[in-house]
Design a protein around this ligand. Structure first.
Ligand code: SF4
Ligand code: SF4
Ligand code: SF4
Length: 273
């Protein structure tokens, strides 16, 4: 039972959120939504425990497609950062704001950047590209994320300041165009830098929330230094260039860890967990 503790914890956390939101918002959608996401994540964890090699990808597809197709395209909810600003400015604490609070702002205090490894629909596509492990050194251009972050805020602020009408419709189109841009830029960068996760490392505005919060993450990969033989295998397979052998919070690229578990699977000494 002990090896299933984490999936049970994950289901429990999501179920608490589901029930609290269902009752406080008087909307059964939240019960369905968070139960579905919690179960999908827990299923992936169970598959991982059973050493199924595509466990993470299954969760990514289950959650990513649900959010992109069902919430985004069918329910017409802008779940990108522009949607977050939009609902925040209108004072509506509904889907996109709750999604950001749970997955990207406060949730990372518990599960770090689990969102990036198991749920993001942008990375869901990028992870199919050929450069799963970066083939070139990391670039010092992470500052671009602050420009895209500011750009999204300025775009939505301008719509409100100019009192543009029919904002719901504009936000839906912003969602479509935003996603096409993310995929286009993400795929181009992956090939240019020979790194599937280049978009995550340099461009994604959401990392402005994710990185500082995940610094304090409760769930972290830890290294048993007595078992570690410094072979470097964990570093070589890491898509995010994290030095996971350092247990301190200041480990190199520590706030980039997406909990993909590649390091754990490839450690020859079983030193990581
Ligand atoms: S960094 Fe951005 S694009 Fe990459 S997985 Fe996380 S949220 Fe998605
Ligand atoms: S793969 Fe394992 S043994 Fe090798 S450096 Fe990493 S933690 Fe140490
Ligand atoms: S390989 Fe390990 S350290 Fe790197 S992102 Fe995946 S879980 Fe995190």
């Amino acid at each position: 039972m002990k090896k299933y503790a984490l999936p049970i914890l994950m289901v429990t956390i999501f179920e608490i959120v589901a029930v609290v939101l269902w009752l406080t918002k008087d909307n059964i959608f939240y019960l369905f939504n968070f139960t579905y996401i919690g179960c999908a994540i827990a299923l992936g964890m169970v598959l991982f425990v059973k050493r199924y090699k595509h466990a993470r990808r299954i969760v990514q597809l289950l959650v990513g497609l649900y959010m992109l197709v069902y919430l985004g395209l069918i329910c017409r909810e802008n779940m990108q950062i522009e949607g977050f600003w939009y609902y925040l400015f209108t004072g509506v604490f509904e889907a996109a704001t709750i999604h950001y609070a749970v997955a990207k702002i406060f949730g990372p205090l518990i599960f770090g950047r689990g969102w990036c490894g198991y749920a993001c629909w942008t990375a869901m596509v990028l992870d199919f590209l050929p450069y799963k492990v970066p083939k070139a050194p990391r670039k010092k251009i992470g500052w671009i994320r602050y420009i895209t972050f500011a750009g999204s805020l300025i775009f939505v602020s301008a719509l409100f300041l100019m009192k543009v009408g029919n904002l719901e419709r504009i936000m839906f189109w912003a969602f479509l165009v935003g996603n096409i841009l993310y995929y286009g830029v993400g795929i181009a960068l992956a090939f240019a830098f020979r790194d599937n996760r280049a978009f995550c490392k340099y461009i994604c505005p959401i990392t402005v929330f994710l990185k500082p919060m995940s610094y304090f993450s409760l769930l972290r990969i830890r290294c048993d230094t007595d078992k570690c033989v410094s072979c470097g295998a964990c570093r070589r397979v890491c898509p995010m260039d994290v030095d996971v052998t350092d247990n301190s919070r200041k480990r190199v690229n520590g706030t980039e860890c997406i909990h993909c578990m590649e390091c754990v699977k490839n450690c020859p000494k079983g030193a990581l967990k």
